[in-house]
Design a protein around this ligand. Structure first.
Ligand SMILES: *[C@@H]1O[C@H](CO)[C@@H](O)[C@H](O)[C@H]1NC(C)=O
Ligand SMILES: *[C@@H]1O[C@H](CO)[C@@H](O)[C@H](O)[C@H]1NC(C)=O
Ligand SMILES: *[C@@H]1O[C@H](CO)[C@@H](O)[C@H](O)[C@H]1NC(C)=O
Length: 438
């Protein structure tokens, strides 16, 4: 009896390992990473397993970052048995568009190896950067389950290319963060490297669902839909699409574009308050050859940053609405300028009931609606602020859509078709980004 039970247990064990290994060997449709919102800084973070043995490490998520980089002062390069430095002239150096390093006359150590190659990396919060050595190691992510509704088996990707940072450090990054996860469309960006690792069967696309609550994870999908958040509903059917726009670094000469900027740029054509357009100097919304103007998407800025004249126009329209005329102003709480007494506002399923703010793209049909949950930020129990930041009158991009406005909205970056899709707030359907279970 007992031996029969043992055989059954053994059989189950064999069957379950077989299922896992065949799933692992077959090409996954999508891979996922958890997204968290750091309580102290509001930075959007993820955890990625790196090296052998695998160690889970925290990274800030930067859609505008070229590549994955890790702080290598920590001794990472000698703690992982699968770590390799990319050799000057190797495929990894060319995929990274890296330059060969000049000889180093200090003792060999991370940042000082001959015959290596280096790329520019930057700390997205300090916007300082430096040259970091290109390295390779194994990364490991969850695939999605067959239904797509939760995390499936782990998949390892060997020889993943990243930058080993030893120059500028981790200043101003959330506690425990060891680097940045760059989601750019470049070949070294995560979406392209993950797609290449599976021979392109996993598409060069990703979708972000940023959490609004620090206690619960949101999700980042790599690969094509379905993007199932909860209730087995594939929210990709809700996407409205706008074209991604190429933008180039500013150079000394106004007519000579520099290198392509690895961030995601979109063309916002107007802003509505309660469905009425606010006055905006339209030249601010256009991209100029020098990399100035237009709009960008950011996961690193906690709140949307507006050029001063756009910010002032938005506040004027917002405060002249019937709803807001009845609401008492409160003292400003940085980084916000316009704050209000919460008791004068009612609350509904989309948050505080304030005038709806909409970002309009190609046409009035392609419209991103921001309700109270995404437009207002509670700074304490009594005071709420308009959750936009006045970026001054010398902005690089006139509008930078930040994390608070993106949260609880599924946003899709389709690098094949060079377009960005968004669902509008999932709260309209009673769903939040934290309802995906990894
Ligand atoms: C690994 O690197 C760290 C930092 O560079 C160093 O302190 C440590 O001694 C090294 N360990 C080994 C086993 O080489
Ligand atoms: C790099 O090569 C130079 C000679 O070109 C040599 O003097 C130096 O010691 C080497 N540095 C390292 C870190 O191996
Ligand atoms: C509109 O913005 C552009 C670019 O900043 C500026 O040159 C122009 O003077 C502005 N026009 C008006 C009417 O303010």
């Amino acid at each position: 009896m007992s031996s029969l039970r043992n055989s059954i247990v053994l059989l189950f064990f064999i069957l379950s390992t077989l299922t896992i290994s065949t799933t692992a060997q077959s090409k996954p449709r999508s891979l996922i990473l958890p997204l968290t919102k750091d309580r102290a800084t509001n930075q959007i973070l993820t955890r990625l397993d790196l090296g052998t043995p695998q160690v889970s490490r925290k990274f800030i998520v930067d859609v505008a970052g070229r590549q994955l980089w890790l702080d290598c002062y920590s001794g990472f390069s000698n703690s992982s048995s699968t770590y390799r430095l990319a050799r000057c002239g190797s495929a990894a150096c060319s995929v990274s568009k890296a330059d060969c390093k000049s000889p180093c006359f200090l003792p060999p150590q991370p940042g000082c190896f001959n015959n290596s190659c280096t790329v520019l990396t930057r700390n997205p919060i300090r916007t300082t950067g430096g040259r970091s050595e290109v390295a390779l190691d194994t990364v490991s992510l969850h695939s999605t389950s067959t239904s797509g509704a939760r995390g499936g088996p782990r998949i390892s990707i060997p020889n993943f290319i990243f930058a080993c940072e030893t120059v500028f450090g981790l200043d101003n990054l959330a506690a425990g963060v060891e680097g940045a996860l760059g989601l750019s469309s470049e070949r070294i960006g995560l979406p392209s490297q993950i797609s290449t690792a599976f021979g392109g069967s996993l598409r060069r696309e990703f979708a972000l669902c940023l959490p609004s609550d620090s206690n619960f994870d949101g999700v980042l999908f790599f690969g094509a839909a379905p993007y199932v958040i909860a209730n087995r509903v594939d929210y990709s059917t809700r996407f409205k699409y706008t074209r991604l726009v190429k933008n180039y670094e500013r150079t000394a000469s106004p007519n000579v574009p520099g290198a392509e900027i690895p961030a995601y740029f979109v063309r916002i054509t107007s802003i509505l308050v309660s469905e009425s357009p606010i006055p905006i100097n339209s030249s601010l919304l256009e991209f100029r050859r020098t990399g100035i103007g237009g709009s960008a998407i950011s996961t690193v800025d906690p709140y949307t940053i507006l050029d001063s004249s756009i910010y002032r126009s938005l506040v004027r329209a917002f405060e002249s609405s019937e709803t807001m005329k009845k609401v008492k102003k409160a003292a400003a709480v940085a980084p916000f300028v316009n704050c209000y007494e919460k008791k004068d506002l009612s609350i509904g399923r989309m948050g505080l009931e304030v005038p709806k703010i909409s970002l309009v793209f190609e046409s009035r049909e392609v419209k991103w609606d921001l309700f109270g949950e995404n437009s207002m930020v509670d700074v304490n129990d009594d005071v709420t602020c308009l959750g936009f930041v006045d970026g001054g009158s010398d902005t690089t991009s006139s509008i930078v859509v930040g994390a608070h406005q993106i949260q609880d909205n599924l946003v899709h970056f389709d690098l094949h078709s060079s377009r960005m899709g968004f669902t509008n707030s999932l709260l309209l359907e009673g769903v939040r980004c934290s309802l995906f279970h990894v």
